[in-house]
Design a protein around this ligand. Structure first.
Ligand code: MIG
Length: 813
């Protein structure tokens, strides 16, 4: 006997039904209410809100009313939206506002965006949707198009010809171009064509996709559920797009200085004595280091907010010694909470209803390190606050930073994540995990950051995360997950982190040396040379792989690594300055050349070299047994950092780079602020400053300048004005130079007596400096005021008492 199951639809085989995609159809009317312009189409409407001169929002909706609430990615806005000028013609409506003119064709509802000179910036041909709620939009893709942004993706800088999905995914392997989704989802596409660029941010934390491959002269943007909610950010300069996008979604919180140091990690430093031995070794060997990470083995059977009593019998004692060495601990915290009725965190989470649940009320359980685990529902403020407050456990021990891993969330099951039908509380507006998936990791890091902050008595916390969504930069630095000790992955880190920088994630970096697989002496050297100039700088490796602490390959390798890590610390004032800029403007410390030289066709896809700020150009060696490489120097003059040679730009050169050398160039006329050598970044015992000027010219028209931001690098006092801004200028005249510096703001008093101005790689030799005497080496050594020729660099140094009122000097040839 058969039951009805015999004719189960799945047994019959696929029945092809043509999916009907709906479109907006004809535009029937344009309404305007309270700064919201609504285009009423035949089958759907588009709401437009003009947020800034160059930024508007566009949301598709059905029915009468549009819901203009936003996800947490978008910062709450102050002030009213801008008013547009509306003009109706027979065939279209035109909305003009700020720098933009939007034209909507009545016949098709197609949208064209123009600048005020009537040059087309972008064109959205159609927006359509299927009956299951997926949305798909089609945009023009002119022949000279290039694409950037999209957060953490593999392959080259320019994403033309690629297709990507945004769905936070734990990808242990492989990281390669065909992988469309990794840990982070930043649904921001930056499109450049000709001299024009703009960004499109699709604020939808469900699954979204961007296809610059499959549709000939168009690219498409889609989502599988949720809203088609777009923010359009006009350039035309890429820097403006980055500024605009980070204006919407926020910029990095100014990190504590120690977070900019060199960090050492491994899965795992297994016990307390290993951690202390590691810390002592850094100090004995005089290799700078600020942080040691504790991976999952520090916990008591992987229970978060615990220490294993056998491996770490005395965490307080360990912390005390580390503190005396200037080393901080950042422990890992995963979202999975072990199902164990005797474990207080689990019990409380269950009792208070803080874990993610199905609609029917059952807690969602998934398998991770601790075995069966429950996952906090960070979409509910109460649960998030509870989670944040629990970090008091760490802050009480003096732990100022937390490493969030597995927060996609990763689960060991077929879907690799939480069940899609989990119903998140979402502060009274319940939504499925399918709709909110990409927010989970960010909300965890937000809860963590805020919890740490509440318990740190005015000190700045640090959070590192693997997963995130747009806006994550406000709470956490991002590392790029489980790469491998492959040369290919070293090379891949450049375009990946460069695009992350263009996507608001200014504080990012890969595992230096590679996480999985086995590093080699040569790979570790080359990767460290590169990595010390990335925003986030951590050496991390997996269990069972070759050790990759800086001394793992003998003294010769160790000394190269010491020198490069030391360079990061010497440049710390400059680096910190760049982080301050990132916090203020969104511009990342690590930049593709494209960002500074947008009109140079040689750099549209250049991603095996990069800039630190605008003036330092690094060209790492990223292949084995290689001592030469081509380097592109953009227009202007560049100075070889190692030899001091002045090179004409606007051409390719062949650099020679034996193992101890990473090709490095400084823009002629640039200034870099250097500090005194340090073993940890927030060692404030000596804040002597050296402003190094490269390639000054004693001729009319020469002008070098630099503004240096300073504060205590540790607390939030800068928010109430405890910071300084030092302005430095060097002007050329005929056979003379005038040097001046002054405090534009003096709210922070640094621990120093002297400032030095060092002129390097310059032909100028002064005969006299008005008001300053020439020092002999001994006087210079003893910190007297005056000038001298540095014996090492051959450069001129002015050494003066730091004075609030500043000073001006005339250098005569
Ligand atoms: O893959 O905690 O990306 O950095 O060492 C296993 C163990 C889970 C993944 C992270 C990696 C970390 C590891 N974790």
């Amino acid at each position: 006997m058969d039951t009805s199951e015999a004719i189960h639809p799945d047994r019959v085989g696929p029945i092809v039904v043509q999916e009907a995609w709906g479109t907006i159809g004809r535009a029937r009317a344009l309404d305007h209410m309270n700064g919201v312009y609504v285009l009423r189409g035949e089958r759907a409407s588009l709401a437009f809100v003009f947020l800034e001169e160059k930024v508007f929002r566009m949301k598709m909706f059905m029915g009468r009313e549009v819901d203009l609430s936003t996800t947490i990615a978008v910062l709450p806005r102050k002030g009213e939206p801008l008013q547009a000028e509306v003009e109706e013609t027979e065939r279209s409506w035109k909305l003009s506002c700020g720098e933009l003119v939007l034209e909507i064709e009545k016949k098709t509802s197609a949208l064209s965006v123009f600048d005020r000179e009537e040059r087309m910036i972008a064109r959205q041909n159609t927006v359509s949707w299927n009956p299951r709620g997926a949305v798909h939009s089609v945009y023009d893709m002119p022949g000279d198009s290039h694409f950037y942004g999209l957060g953490e993706k593999a392959s080259f800088l320019d994403k033309k010809g690629e297709r990507y999905t945004m769905w936070n995914t734990d990808v242990y392997a492989p990281h390669m171009p065909e992988i469309e989704a990794l840990y982070e989802s930043i649904p921001l596409l930056v499109h450049m064509h000709g001299k024009c660029s703009y960004g499109i941010f699709l604020d939808n934390p469900g699954r979204t996709d961007f296809d610059m491959r499959s549709h000939g002269i168009s690219y498409t943007i889609g989502c599988s559920t949720g809203d088609y909610d777009i923010y359009f950010v006009y350039g035309p300069a890429l820097k403006e797009v980055v500024r605009g996008y980070t204006g919407l979604t926020g910029r990095i919180a100014l990190p504590p200085k120690w977070a900019l140091g060199y960090h050492q990690s491994r899965y795992s430093y297994m016990d307390q004595s290993e951690v202390l031995h590691l810390a002592r070794t850094f100090r004995e060997k005089e290799i700078p280091c600020d942080v040691i990470y504790l991976d999952i083995h520090y916990m008591d059977e992987y229970r978060v907010f615990t220490f294993d009593p056998v491996r770490f019998p005395d965490p307080e004692g360990m912390m005390a010694e580390l503190k005396s060495l200037g080393i901080r601990i950042v422990p890992i915290v995963d979202p999975g909470v072990k199902k164990d009725p005797k474990y207080a965190v689990y019990r409380e989470g269950v009792e208070k209803g803080y874990f993610s649940r199905k609609l029917e009320g059952d807690i969602f359980f998934g398998d991770v390190w601790p075995g069966t685990s429950a996952f906090p529902d960070f979409t509910d403020d109460k649960a998030a606050e509870w989670w944040g407050n629990m970090h008091k456990y760490y802050t009480d021990m003096g732990i100022p930073g937390i490493w969030n891993d597995m927060n996609e969330p990763a689960v060991f099951n077929n879907s690799k994540t939480m069940d899609l039908d989990v119903m998140h509380g979402n502060n009274g507006n319940p939504k499925t995990h399918e709709e909110l998936h990409n927010l989970y990791g960010m909300l965890m890091s937000k809860a963590t950051y805020e919890g740490l902050k509440r318990n740190m008595d005015g000190q700045r916390p640090f959070v590192l995360t693997r997963a995130g969504y747009s806006g994550i930069q406000r709470y956490a630095a991002v590392w790029t997950g489980d790469n491998r000790s492959f040369w290919e992955h070293m090379a891949l880190a450049m375009p990946m982190v460069l695009n992350m920088g263009l996507s608001g994630l200014a504080f990012s970096g890969p595992d230096i040396g590679g996480f999985a697989h086995h590093t080699s002496a040569e790979l570790l050297v080359r990767w460290t040379q590169m990595g010390v100039l990335f925003p986030y700088c951590r050496n991390h490796s997996s269990i069972g792989t070759m050790r990759q602490e800086p001394w793992s390959f003998g003294p010769e390798i160790e000394s190269i690594l010491r020198e490069y890590i030391g360079l990061r610390y010497r440049w710390m004032p400059h680096l910190y300055n760049l982080f301050h800029e990132a916090a203020e403007t969104g511009l990342p410390p690590m930049r593709p050349l494209l960002l500074e030289y947008q009109d140079d066709p040689n750099v549209t896809n250049l991603c095996d070299q990069f800039l630190v700020g605008s003036d330092v150009l690094a060209a790492p060696i990223y292949r084995p047994n290689t001592e030469h490489r081509a380097v592109y120097l953009p227009e202007g003059q560049w100075i070889d950092y190692w030899s001091g040679e002045i090179l004409e730009g606007g051409r390719h050169i062949l650099a020679h780079a034996p193992l101890s050398v990473m090709p490095l160039y400084i823009r002629a006329g640039a200034v870099i602020a250097e500090g005194s050598p340090k073993l940890y970044a927030d060692d404030r015992s000596d804040e002597t400053l050296t402003l190094r000027v490269y390639g000054a010219k004693a001729e009319a028209g020469f002008h070098a300048s630099y503004s240096l931001y300073e504060d205590d690098g540790a607390s939030f006092d800068y928010v109430s004005g405890v910071s300084s801004m030092i302005r430095f200028e060097l002007r050329g005249g005929e056979n003379e130079l005038e040097l001046s510096y002054r405090y534009e703001r003096h709210g922070y008093t640094a621990n120093r007596n002297l400032v030095r101005f060092a002129l390097v790689c310059t032909a100028f030799k002064p005969a006299e400096i008005e008001g300053l005497k020439e020092l002999n080496p001994e006087e210079a050594e003893h910190g007297q005021e005056g000038w001298y020729i540095d014996r090492q660099t051959g450069g001129l140094v002015l050494q003066i008492q730091d004075r609030t009122q500043g000073a001006t000097f005339k250098l005569k040839g």
